[in-house]
Design a protein around this ligand. Structure first.
Ligand code: IMP
Length: 198
């Protein structure tokens, strides 16, 4: 049996405004009083895990212990089949110190040059950690294909170059609600909510 979140303040262990916004939207129906690690001025821990779950656990644990509040962390990224799963856990780092995803999307496109297989998936790991160190972790994925040139101005990160299976438009062309209905983050959230919020 997973431990339940019983209400009150919940720290979103992220300094990425795109993620904080999406997680806030997804948690809105569950009455959590959400505050971000950025707003609390919490330091960003070193993400040296080798999997999405390991990194989500590092971030959630650091935020829960530093704030003495339950904390939720998301570690996610884009895995491209023809690149052996890269950029994967290094998805944010491919954008460089300026966090410029125009650069990151171009790097992926250049690496895919002359490759026919454009299949890829986004993966998302979510970890909820309590101040006593107890953790619950969940994972979701969405499969699709890389497109070029980038399309749309909604979303964040690699959204303009990813078209989910069965969709004619990129994640950055979809309304946020439509993306939330099918995304890797939404799938991980459905699992988290079922286990810890209901
Ligand atoms: P991290 O989880 O903060 O290490 O960063 C993961 C990176 O993966 C983000 O900065 C985005 O670039 C990318 N990413 C994760 N989820 C999404 C998404 O839903 N759309 C586009 N890019 C994403």
């Amino acid at each position: 049996m997973a431990r339940k979140f019983t209400g009150g303040k919940l720290v979103i262990a992220s300094h990425n405004p795109g993620k904080v916004r999406e997680i806030g939207d997804l948690l809105a129906p569950f009455g959590a009083d959400v505050i971000s690690a950025g707003e609390l001025g919490l330091p960003e821990p070193v993400e040296d895990g080798l999997t999405f779950i390991a990194n989500a656990e590092i971030k959630a644990r650091a935020a829960a212990l530093a704030s003495n509040l339950p904390a939720l962390a998301d570690d996610s990224g884009l895995a491209v089949d023809a690149l052996g799963g890269e950029p994967g856990i290094y998805s944010a780092r491919w954008a460089g110190p300026q966090k410029d995803f125009t650069v990151a999307m171009k790097k992926v496109e250049q690496a895919l040059e002359n490759k026919e297989n454009r299949n890829a998936h986004f993966a998302c790991a979510l970890t909820l950690c309590w101040p006593d160190g107890h953790m619950e972790s969940f994972e979701g994925q969405v499969h699709g294909a890389m497109v070029w040139p980038p399309r749309g101005d909604k979303g964040f990160g690699y959204d303009p170059t990813f078209v989910a299976e069965g969709m004619g438009i990129s994640f950055a062309e979809m309304d946020p609600a439509a993306k939330h209905a099918i995304s890797h983050r939404a799938e991980a959230f459905r699992k988290l909510v079922k286990a810890c919020f209901l």
